[in-house]
Design a protein around this ligand. Structure first.
Ligand SMILES: [Zn+2]
Length: 117
């Protein structure tokens, strides 16, 4: 089922059709199936509208976060222990050096790191 979009392809000005595609992120760790995109049959471009992009981002964050379970060893720095945040998680949560987090111990085997600002 293909429906025409009113917009033209920004690359070749061809007619765009809506199409379903599979997108993968993080080297295939997160795969979204049946994502609706605008497809240009002429130059074979798959285009996301900004709204779709946002939706994909949201979806991806949700899926990605649910799937994140990584084992890490703590390292030592002075008298403190250091927990390194994997780059994928940092990117997804928009963490930077300036990010403030709050550590809360939930029980003897679990603690929560909450992003404050
Ligand atoms: Zn095109």
């Amino acid at each position: 089922m293909k429906k025409k979009w009113s917009e033209k392809c920004p690359v070749c000005n061809g007619e765009l059709v809506s199409s379903k595609t599979t997108v993968d992120f993080y080297d295939g760790k997160v795969i979204l199936r049946d994502v609706e995109v605008q497809y240009c049959p002429k130059c074979k471009q798959e285009l996301f509208t900004p709204e779709q992009m946002k939706k994909v981002d949201k979806l991806m964050e949700g899926i990605h976060l649910q799937q994140v379970s990584l084992r890490r060893h703590l390292s030592e720095s002075g008298r403190s222990l250091v927990l390194r945040i994997p780059a994928d998680i940092a990117r997804t949560l928009h963490l930077t050096k300036a990010t403030e987090v709050e550590l809360r111990v939930k029980d003897p085997k679990e603690f929560v790191v909450e992003v404050v600002a």
